[in-house]
Write a protein that binds this ligand. Sequence first.
Ligand SMILES: [Zn+2]
Ligand SMILES: [Zn+2]
Length: 248
Amino acid sequence: MGTGTSQGIPVIACECTVCKSSDPRDKRLRSSVHIQDDGLSLVIDTGPDFRQQVLQANICRLDAVLFTHQHKDHVAGLDDVRSFNFVQSKPMPVYGNQLVLQQLRVEFAYAFAEERYPGVPQIDLIEINGDVIKIGKHEIIPIKVMHHKLPVFGYRLGDFVYITDAKTIPDSEIDKARNAKVLVINALQKENHVSHFTLAEALEMIEELKPEKAYLTHLGHKMGLHHDLEKELPDGVFAGYDFLTLEI
Ligand SMILES: [Zn+2]
Ligand SMILES: [Zn+2]
């Protein structure tokens, strides 16, 4: 650590290689994904960086939000769907399991109050339980994975599978995630972690799920530099990075 001052405010500068890296791929916002498919525009999770991500990715229309689970790093930015409410003149459909919806009602109580302040986000909560989700002509398959003891939904849309914050995938759900063209899967760090796949565990799961290509997400600080990580990965497996765009 080094210290300095900026306009009288003490500044503590981190000296570690990831923080000091000039590679933009080492500047990681929270995990989420935007999917565009034949007229459908949806996001999976709205973490604290949701607004910044939407602005930078030029997302001007949003039809739905799907949540994987209720942890703050995946839900904190939901308030900012209000901008889509203004532009689209309708509430935002928001999908999650019962635990997610319960937590959203607590964390964003003002959006669900009897008397609402003008301009608060308009949110239509839609409870899902693992059955196929239909949005227009699109079908999305939830995949139940476990985040230590917390059930989390991964999602499959056609040949794209997105799984984050998993530590285990029950045998009964594995088939739903197999043989995708693109699998995005979490890998937090190399050291063991109670609720996230390690790099080795993620690679083992990728071998089992046999996607054409796999991208690692929810990469933690301890995973090190993007450039170094990529060199360690087997063929067909890549480290994800912010604003990566894939066509399937
Ligand atoms: Zn989590
Ligand atoms: Zn997370």
